[in-house]
Design a protein around this ligand. Structure first.
Ligand code: NOJ
Length: 600
């Protein structure tokens, strides 16, 4: 039986063994073939995946019931967004109990059944570990905030005020803003000090400088791995090391809505030391897969985290391509909009391909639970082009080197949503942004703020998965916790599974090629960019060791384009395309095609 919270706290102390380990695990190289390089991952955001008990909220038995669907799609790893005990201020990314399952999602028995069912179907499960912060309702924080001399005080960042304002109110310790708007510090009257929170005030940051914190996290990590899970996605893991003395961030503009992590805490001084330590204490003892979420991380830094010889993580998620449709001049992070330039997108993705090549492994994604739907963002969600452009985007991503991630609904071409009222939104990031800009500062009108939320808000990704055309889209039997996208009668999985030329069928083909016949090309082949200055067409090659080459061509526009490519003159065999025939040098709207050129 799981120890009660008090016992667990005590055990975190008594089992404290860091730095006592005398025999570190031998260095293992990640160069060469690895199962996690060959995997295709599917991300599940449980609250909106499948409701099984008619409460309008997705749950774990619901996921288990859809394992056959995922097996049919062909993926072999699930990244499960947090299902741990949580008061849900940030939809599970605020964990109050790392050893429990959120009541709304089911029980630990339900989880065990899911794990077994997934494994029986050849599917592995990665848990989403949130260890930069906990919920303020986690027992560690409850203890920590109770008094300055509580043994858990130093589990979090507590600091004195930096002074008082003209009205005598305490001022925060420094100028850091939180990712979700407002300052990154919350004043707590109990002890007349402030605690740090890089996200909402209900997500206090853990103090990783404290070895007891690290040991408690590693212990929890091992507990889940011992249970049989297959790895972790590590949330916001590159911001765990705060700069000494917590200095002001010179880039913070107090007049702007805070919407990104202060630069001074990205990839801090001790983060690699701790990733090594975590690898040594936990990951290296298991055949598991690890992927770290890393904002503001360039390829050179990624090579330190996920280099084949680095003994830290297997791969990271970078954010660089997620910024191409924001206006840096606006100084509002993601809350600005500009038309993206394909040349910039190519430059970013191509440089990740070439810079990591032979040194580190990468991850490939267009979507996740924090991003708008890609077909609405970089494709075209008008009825005429939705499926074509969804398939085109899938082609571009899945033929690159790295482990591809598919976000729930992407495989049927789900689109962004537009609710009329801010009251219909559930994401605290969007809600805070609206209230800050419209209600408090008055710098944006309702319409202006909603335009940005329609384009960038996280709820675009969080509407329920559209399973069929029945009421509530087959997601639930009652009105779901968040509105459905009203295109579900036509955009849904049942329809897609029935049609040979659906987006779903196309993803099936891509996955089959990657995991089978074209594994050497798609997973391990060398990436060669083509025509980087072409603003309308994305083209590149993959060269396999056996001398075979793939030519990937994708038209990002709704116009016909004429192009010739050298490889196309070498007897190419069309391996996949989103049109039913080949018009050769003419690329039709959003056309994507891949040729294999046989070695002679
Ligand atoms: C990144 C997660 O993906 C996001 O959903 C969450 O709000 C923050 N980290 C805080 O945990």
């Amino acid at each position: 039986m799981r120890p009660c919270p008090g016992d667990f706290l005590f055990s975190a102390f008594s089992s404290y063994s860091l730095l006592r380990k005398e025999d570190p695990v031998a260095h293992t190289s990640n160069a060469g073939k690895q199962w996690w390089k060959e995997a295709v991952v599917y991300q599940i955001w449980p609250r909106s995946f499948q409701d099984s008990n008619g409460d309008g909220i997705g749950d774990i038995p619901g996921i288990t019931s859809r394992i056959p669907y995922l097996a049919e799609l062909g993926i072999n790893v699930i990244w499960l967004s947090p299902v741990f005990g949580s008061p849900n201020d940030d939809m599970g990314y605020d964990i109050s109990d790392y050893h429990a399952i959120m009541t709304e999602f089911g029980t630990m028995n339900d989880f065990d059944r899911l794990l077994t069912t997934a494994h029986d179907n050849g599917i592995k499960i990665l848990m989403d570990m949130v260890a930069n912060h906990t919920s303020d309702e986690h027992e560690w924080f409850v203890q920590s905030r109770s008094s300055k001399d509580n043994p858990y005080r130093d589990f979090y960042y507590w600091r004195d005020s930096s002074g008082t304002d003209e009205n005598g109110n305490p001022l925060p310790p420094n100028n850091w803003g939180s990712e979700f708007g407002g300052r990154a510090w919350e004043y707590d009257e109990t002890t007349d000090q402030w605690y740090l929170h890089m996200f909402s005030k209900k997500q206090p940051d853990l103090n990783w400088e404290n070895p007891k914190v690290r040991e408690a996290i590693y212990e929890m990590t091992r507990w889940w791995l011992d249970k049989g899970i297959d790895g972790f996605r590590l949330d916001a893991i590159n911001i765990i090391s705060k700069p000494e003395g917590l200095p002001d961030d010179p880039s913070v503009d107090p007049a702007k809505h805070s919407s990104s992590i202060p630069f001074v805490i990205e990839n801090g001084t001790r983060v690699h030391e701790w990733m090594h330590e975590m690898n040594r204490e936990a990951f290296s003892h298991y055949d598991c897969m690890t992927v770290g979420e890393m904002s503001a991380t360039p390829p050179a830094e990624a090579i330190q985290y996920a280099g084949f010889e680095s003994d830290e993580l297997h791969m990271i998620f970078h954010f660089e391509h997620m910024g191409v449709d924001s206006d840096p001049e606006a100084g509002m992070g993601k809350w600005s909009l500009q038309k993206f330039d394909l040349r910039e997108l190519k430059e970013i993705l191509n440089s990740w391909q070439t810079e990591l090549a032979g040194k580190a492994w990468g991850s490939l994604y267009w979507n996740n639970h924090d991003q708008p739907r890609v077909v609405s963002r970089f494709g075209n969600d008008a009825e005429e082009y939705r499926e074509l452009s969804a398939k085109m985007l899938a082609t571009v991503l899945h033929f690159m080197q790295g482990t591809p991630y598919i976000y729930q609904g992407e495989e049927i071409g789900m689109t962004n949503v537009q609710f009329d009222s801010i009251e219909d939104y559930k994401d605290l990031d969007s809600i805070n942004f609206y209230h800050d800009m419209v209600t408090e500062q008055g710098t944006l009108t309702h319409e202006q703020a909603m335009e940005l939320i329609y384009a960038k808000g996280r709820d675009n990704a969080r509407t329920p998965v559209q399973w069929d055309s029945t009421e509530y889209a087959g997601f639930s039997t009652i009105e779901p916790w968040i509105g459905l996208n009203d295109n579900y009668p036509t955009v849904n999985a049942a329809d897609a599974q029935d049609r040979e030329n659906s987006v779903f069928a196309y993803y099936q083909q891509l996955i089959k090629l990657r995991r089978g016949e074209l594994k050497e090309h798609m997973v391990y082949g060398t990436f060669v960019p083509l025509d980087t200055e072409d603003a309308d067409v994305y083209a590149y090659e993959r060269h396999a060791d056996n001398g075979e080459k793939l030519l990937i061509i994708a038209n990002f526009t709704d116009q016909e384009q004429e192009r010739t490519y050298e490889l196309a003159a070498h007897n190419p065999q069309l391996v996949i395309s989103n049109y039913s025939d080949d018009a050769h040098q003419t690329l039709r709207p959003y056309e994507a095609k891949v040729y294999k050129v046989l070695s002679n």
